[in-house]
Design a protein around this ligand. Structure first.
Ligand code: FES
Length: 104
C-alpha cells in the first residue's frame, strides 16, 4: 500500500491501553497500538503464519509486539523482526490531531 497523503484511520479512543486495535484500511488489515504515549500502526498479518498482531501483546522491555500464535517479536518502531532480519511487517507514519489517528 502506498499512501502519500495523510488518511484518517480511527479515533484515538478506539485504541485500548493494553493490547491492539484491529482496523481494515483500504482492504488492508492493520494493527494499532498505544505505547508510552505513542500511537503505532503496522500491518496486522504476521509473516510467519498469518497470526493477527493486533491480538498480540506488547513487550515493553524489547519494545516489540509479540505475535499471539508463536510469539515472534516485531519492533514497534520499525516493524522489523529482531530475531530474523528477513521478516518484517509494514510500518506506517502516524499523526494524531483532535483525537483522530491518521496514517500515511
Ligand atoms: S504466526 Fe506469528 S509467530 Fe507464527
Amino acid at each position: 500500500m502506498v499512501m502519500s497523503d495523510w488518511q484518517p484511520l480511527c479515533d484515538l479512543t478506539a485504541i485500548p491501553h493494553v493490547g491492539g486495535h484491529y482496523v481494515v484500511h483500504h482492504g488492508r488489515p492493520l494493527a494499532v497500538f498505544r505505547h508510552n504515549g505513542e500511537v503505532i500502526v503496522m500491518d496486522d498479518t504476521c509473516p510467519h503464519a498469518g497470526g493477527s498482531l493486533s491480538a498480540g501483546r506488547i513487550d515493553g522491555e524489547s519494545r516489540c509486539v509479540l505475535c499471539p500464535w508463536h510469539g515472534w517479536p516485531f519492533e514497534l518502531a520499525t516493524g522489523q523482526c529482531p530475531d530474523n532480519p528477513t521478516y518484517r511487517v509494514q510500518h506506517y507514519e502516524v499523526k494524531v490531531e483532535d483525537h483522530r489517528v491518521y496514517v500515511r
